[in-house]
Design a protein around this ligand. Structure first.
Ligand SMILES: Nc1ncnc2c1ncn2[C@@H]1O[C@H](COP(=O)(O)OP(=O)(O)OP(=O)(O)O)[C@@H](O)[C@H]1O
Ligand SMILES: [Mg+2]
Length: 493
């Protein structure tokens, strides 16, 4: 059904795909794995007509195709859910899903019919709980992802390409996505699935193709390979230890709450994060995790309860005040609130840290540059050049820049919301190590994650949220995935 020969692509003279040969058939699920910056998204953008290739041939059903535009790809039945969310924030779910194809009656949009069709598409994809009338900007990133998937399904695709769909989905939502993928496969649709979560890849794929530095490095079936081998093919090295050793006794409380409540989001949350510990927060989409983090960072108000910093009750009025008090917040939506895409890596990294580089009122650019370069080195941001606009970096490397920016601000308390979303396995290890070192030096970390292995492996204890309430506080050493899941859906004893 799909065949690529010698596909090449360069961005401003630098070649990033060096001749890709690839074949896939209808009714097949092919996973594409590879390190951050390997060229996965570039390949996918070529297939969906968003980026033009420089060389090579692509054939669909044995016939050579140009794929000169997204419309040309769509006409061939190729649909894509991109790594970066693309919904128009001001438009409703329905308008986003049916964009350009809204049902009409007597020249006017037939809204009841339009909402009904959207609802039907959402339920076909298995995602319920999204109101078609809601503006996209009001949805969490997970819900936005569901809408993107429904949108891709709006015209029966023959080939569905998913670029890291699971980075924001977890639990039941992920099961729904897998059920959808399996039913598409049964209908003869070709599904290409890009993911850094190798356990998922092993579960859903018929075949796994690894891209390394712009070339196909290996192809195998889940039966022939295992996660360790895929990592080796991706990274060119073995990973000895993914998570650092657990830290010993934490110090005094840095951030605490008592009875913190925000109506409609979370209730009566009492927690504490101490110096020298990493506290995980696990919960399903909609359990109030992100709202809680926003509240702690003074990016959203609360209705009742108390927030303490270093033991003193505080009333922070804005994120700016929170930053001044030593808080840092890595948001789950890097495009919305983490990064300014048009600015360079350097300017993004400097956004949260300007005061640090002032000396006698002047900006010490040399010192700033050295610190940013050092952090990029430690987190292995690629490419290293700090003058590139962030939008030219691969998704995972953009995420590393967000993390670098906040780590450079030398926070006392670091709040992370899905910090490793889209970050490859090897780079995650660098990140965990960096967080571990800072924590051992006295940092306190609150890490929200829907990745169960991460939320157990990288933390000292895990708080579980269910429907806006904290329902469990489990030492990571005693936590297992089933227990946390049971708490998160409210069925643990
Ligand atoms: N618009 C662009 N301009 C210049 N370089 C780009 C552009 N887009 C991507 N690149 C470069 O192309 C290379 C491949 O990037 P790509 O986004 O395809 O990686 P990826 O495999 O999808 O990585 P990730 O896992 O981080 O999403 C990277 O070196 C990246 O910096
Ligand atoms: Mg990518």
């Amino acid at each position: 059904m799909l065949s690529l020969r010698g596909v090449r692509k360069a961005y401003s003279g630098v070649e990033v795909l060096h001749g890709i040969d690839f074949e896939a058939h209808g009714g097949e699920v092919v996973a594409i794995a590879g390190a951050n910056g390997a060229g996965k998204s570039t390949l996918i953008k070529i297939l969906c007509g968003a980026v033009a290739r420089d060389a090579g041939t692509i054939a669909v059903d044995g016939r050579e195709v140009a794929l000169g535009s997204p419309a040309a790809a769509a006409a061939l039945g190729i649909r894509t859910v991109h790594q970066e969310l693309t919904l128009v924030p001001q438009l409703s779910v329905t308008e986003n899903v049916l964009l350009g194809d809204l049902p009409k009656r007597g020249g006017l949009v037939d809204w009841p019919a339009a909402h009904e069709r959207t609802r039907a598409l959402l339920s076909r994809t298995g995602f319920t709980g999204v109101d078609p009338r809601t503006p996209a900007k009001r949805l969490s990133v997970a819900r936005q992802q569901m809408v993107e998937i429904a949108k891709a399904m709006a015209s029966e695709p023959r080939m569905l390409i998913l670029d890291e769909p699971s980075a924001v989905l977890a639990g039941d939502d992920l099961d729904q996505l897998f059920a959808l993928i399996r039913s598409l496969r049964a209908d003869g649709v070709l599904v290409l699935y890009v993911s850094h979560r190798l356990d998922e890849v092993m579960e859903i794929a018929d075949r796994i193709t690894v891209i390394k530095d712009g070339l196909i490095a290996a192809t195998s079936t889940p039966r022939e390979t295992n996660e360790e081998e895929i990592v080796r093919q991706m990274a060119g090295r073995r990973l000895e230890q993914i998570y650092p050793d657990r830290r010993e006794k934490p110090g005094r409380e840095l951030l605490g709450t008592t009875g913190l409540t925000r109506e409609g989001a979370f209730e009566e949350v009492s927690l504490s994060v101490c110096a020298g510990e990493v506290v995980g927060v696990f919960g399903l989409v909609g359990s109030g995790r992100t709202e809680l983090a926003e509240c702690l960072f003074a990016a959203a108000p609360h209705d009742a309860g108390e927030i303490r910093l270093a033991g003193r009750a505080v009333r922070l009025r804005s994120p700016k005040e929170a930053i001044a008090q030593g808080l840092a917040f890595v948001t789950e939506d890097r495009k919305g609130s983490g990064l300014v895409l048009d600015l360079s890596v350097r300017d993004n990294a400097a956004l949260a840290t300007l005061p640090r580089w002032r000396r006698h009122g002047l900006l010490d650019r040399k010192r700033q540059q050295a610190a940013i370069e050092d952090m990029n080195e430690r987190l292995d941001v690629r490419p290293r050049t700090t003058s590139k606009p962030v939008k030219q970096l691969s998704g995972g490397n953009q995420q590393k820049v967000v993390l670098a920016k906040w780590l450079l601000s030398r926070p006392k308390v670091l709040i992370l919301d899905e910090p490793t979303r889209g970050v490859d396995v090897a780079a995650r290890v660098d990140l965990y190590r960096e967080i571990d070192q800072l924590t051992r030096a006295g940092l306190g970390v609150l890490m929200i994650s829907s990745d169960l292995t991460e939320v157990i492996g990288a933390t000292d204890r895990v708080l579980v949220m269910h429907e806006g309430r904290l329902v469990a506080d489990v030492p990571s050493a005693e936590a297992d995935e089933e227990l946390l899941l049971a708490h998160s859906i409210g069925v643990a004893a």
